[in-house]
Design a protein around this ligand. Structure first.
Ligand code: ADP
Ligand code: MG
Length: 697
């Protein structure tokens, strides 16, 4: 960093010492994360007011933010109360008029006189007879002057106590003083013709002469932000590929033997993915593959294939589930499918006692276990005891779209160096998978196995409640089972639990009085949960009242009914997951979602949900309607949030950044070319620890 200059300001000057700031405003700025002069330069406008377009009054549309030119026809001042006044002027543009008004700004009277030519910039609103602007910006014109071009004004995020004009002035002064001091981090070869240099970009993002220039400037920062992320991911991908992993060669004989275990033909998608996995496993560098597929698309079967392949060539495999309940379920499936084989299974979950756990870990370490079914808690075990495995070949991570780079990094840290298969039933929009799983290769199962049951989905109106429950009871009497996803009162798990209990009491004593009803929620111990699930599975209970804990992976074929209360709180992808719970068996499913007091927007989402059965389409839709944060919680991934980029809006820039990043990293050593030094530092500063890039290169 350049040393502090003798006088004046540097990028490192605390904002407090800048002109027009001072301690009070500095405290307000700090609330928005602005501490140094430098931060002001990178405090990007949220949007712009485009006053550069000079419009004719005759062409105005309601709400337009524009500039208009005209001659003052009349001025009017009225005192409307003690200390209250209205000042108005009427300007003429051709044969059209526009009125401008100012409240309680008596001094405005002195600024205007009849016949004067001016430009007014602001938002035009239709009044009964004329157009009107309230508190417009004013520019004096020469007689007959027509298109002086108004400004494009930045609109910044605000904090209480600091208004738009104040922050504009503060940022603008900092831009004047310091834009040229900022180092360029993008080397020429990473800057196409359309990417502005840093000083120009800073000036134009804050004080653009036109909207086009504002867009161009924003584009530079968006590109830079996405490029830095993509470089980090490309570096990580490269470093992962440099790791060792055992070669697991599944030859044709083994392949045929494994396939014979399945009582059905694999779907073409499954064949394809299995081919990809076989090719990955045969290399001496680790597979890092994400397998996505809708609920019931047949992912578990693919995972089983891969695990059997690993153990056939003498290695251990582990499958990790996010919850105890799901781990138990995997255990049961495997026990059933492998009943007549010599494959040795072990379950490793949080509900084991100390001594059971120790015994199991001993067996695993001694090579007496082939497949371990575990909850993610195993990473903790692993960290304490180095690798708990004898000869680990494959790690499968199930049903965990929140298992991002950070979580995988933790596993690596735990010494679990092996091939990785990450599975998710939440289809991931492409832009997200590029961003958060950019270091993974992606396979998809798009078509379901034959015979999948459809689920009829209804958006319930309040006056149809009785009708729905009549239907629900009728189906129960026919022998089906059902879920009820209880409403949510508050965002706390504790209240949530109380709430499920209340919903349970209510249903059990009223609408479902004559049926066997049970409940399951997040505050129960996993033994209690498993007991409730098991009663439901074997038909002891007919209805399960639950929070969204049944969301992922739970598999009870006879359950075909579901009521979801407060459906508006869920994303479409999550609703689709819930719906997947009742498409598992021989009978069609029926789902009714209720959303009392929902906004029009929410109702629209729910109708889209009812009309669409394709999980991928829903994920894209969800993404468009709610943005990425709600679906995938970038925070969970441990990645810093974006400051200016928006994955959904900027997908074209994302592709470009990814292309260039991969090219650069593939063509060079991990540090890249010398001109890249500064950018490299930036990548490390931002992502080095979360993506474990430190030991690269
Ligand atoms: P996912 O894990 O993607 O939700 P599963 O692998 O659990 O899906 O498969 C869902 C159901 O479909 C299971 O009962 C499974 O046995 C069955 N299944 C999987 N693949 C096929 C196939 N190719 N043909 C017929 N049934 C299949
Ligand atoms: Mg599954």
């Amino acid at each position: 960093m350049s040393s502090e200059r003798q006088q004046g300001e540097s990028l490192q000057t605390p904002v407090q010492f800048l002109k027009g700031v001072g301690p009070q405003r500095a405290a307000l700025l700090e609330r928005m994360g602005i501490r140094l002069a430098r931060d002001l330069l990178f405090f990007f406008p949220r949007t712009y007011e485009d006053l550069s377009q000079v419009a004719r009054v005759s062409d105005l549309q309601e709400g337009d933010v524009v500039s208009v030119c005209g001659d003052i026809e009349e001025t009017e001042f009225r005192q409307t109360g003690p200390g209250r006044s209205v000042f108005g002027i009427l300007i003429r543009d051709g044969d059209q008029f526009l009125r401008a008004v100012w409240f309680n700004q008596d001094f405005m009277q002195q600024r205007f006189s009849r016949g004067q030519r001016i430009m007014l910039s602001g938002q035009a609103k239709r009044q009964t007879t004329t157009w009107q602007m309230t508190h417009p910006k004013v520019k004096n014109l020469d007689v007959g002057e027509n298109d002086p071009g108004g400004q494009v004004l930045p609109v910044y995020p605000l904090t209480e106590g600091l208004n738009q004009n104040q922050i504009r002035r503060i940022v603008s002064a900092a831009v004047d003083a310091l834009a040229d001091e900022v180092d360029e981090v993008l080397p020429d070869e990473l800057r196409g013709a359309d990417i502005l240099g840093i000083a120009d970009a800073i000036r134009d993002v804050h004080r653009p002469p036109t909207m086009e220039r504002a867009e161009l400037a924003r584009r530079r920062f968006i590109y830079q932000e996405l490029l830095v992320l993509q470089l980090a991911l490309a570096m990580r991908r490269k470093s992962l590929q440099e790791n060792d992993a055992p070669k697991l060669e599944i030859n044709a004989k083994i392949d045929a033997r494994i396939r014979r275990r399945f009582p059905f033909e694999l779907t073409p998608d499954q064949q394809q993915v299995i081919g990809e996995i076989r090719a990955d496993l045969a290399l001496d560098r680790p597979m890092n593959r994400l397998l996505q597929g809708d609920v019931g698309a047949g992912k578990t079967v693919v995972a089983e294939y891969a695990m059997l392949g690993a153990i056939a060539v003498g290695y251990q495999a582990v499958i990790m589930a996010p919850t105890d309940v799901l781990a138990q379920q995997h255990m049961r499936t495997l026990e059933r499918d492998l009943a007549e084989s010599r494959v040795r299974l072990a379950l490793l979950t949080g509900s084991l006692t100390q001594s059971e756990r120790k015994a199991t870990l001993d067996k695993i370490a001694g090579g007496e276990v082939d497949i371990v079914v575990a909850t993610h808690a195993i990473t903790h075990a692993a960290r304490k005891e180095a690798s708990p495995f004898h000869r680990l070949g494959l790690v499968v991570i199930d049903e965990q779209h929140k298992f991002g780079v950070k979580q995988r990094a933790e596993l690596k840290q735990a010494g679990l160096n092996a091939h990785y298969l990450v599975m998710t039933a939440t289809p991931i929009p492409r832009t997200i998978s590029i961003s958060l799983f950019g270091d993974l290769d992606v396979s998809s199962l798009r078509s379901a196995p034959p015979g999948r049951q459809e689920v009829h989905t209804y958006v319930g109106e309040e006056d149809k409640r009785d009708q729905w429950w009549d239907f629900y009871r009728k189906k129960l009497l026919e022998g089906r089972q059902g879920y009820v996803i209880a409403p949510l009162v508050a965002q706390s798990e504790q209240v949530d639990a109380a709430n499920v209990e209340e919903a349970f009491e209510e249903l059990a004593s009223d609408r479902l009085e004559s049926f066997r009803v049970d409940l399951v929620h997040g505050r129960m111990s996993s033994a209690e949960k498993e007991a409730a699930m098991s009663r439901f599975r074997n038909g002891e209970t007919q209805v399960l009242v639950a929070t969204s804990v049944v969301e992922v992976g739970v598999d009870v074929a006879n359950a075909t009914l579901m009521t979801i209360e407060d459906a508006g709180r869920f994303g479409l992808a999550q609703l689709h997951q819930l719906r997947g719970r009742i498409s598992r068996g021989a009978h069609p499913g029926y789902l009714c979602v209720f959303a009392e007091l929902a906004s029009e927007e929410t109702k629209k989402r729910l109708r889209a949900f009812a009309d669409t059965t394709d999980g991928f389409a829903l994920a894209e839709l969800d993404f468009q309607m709610r943005g990425p944060g709600d679906i995938f919680g970038t925070k969970q991934h441990g990645l810093p949030p974006f400051r200016i980029a928006d994955l959904q809006r900027d997908d074209d820039v994302l592709e470009e950044a990814r292309e260039r990043a991969r090219q650069l990293i593939d063509a060079h050593t991990a540090e890249g070319p010398p001109s890249w030094e500064r950018l490299h530092q930036m990548v490390l500063a931002r992502f080095g620890s979360v993506l474990e890039l430190g030991d690269v290169g």
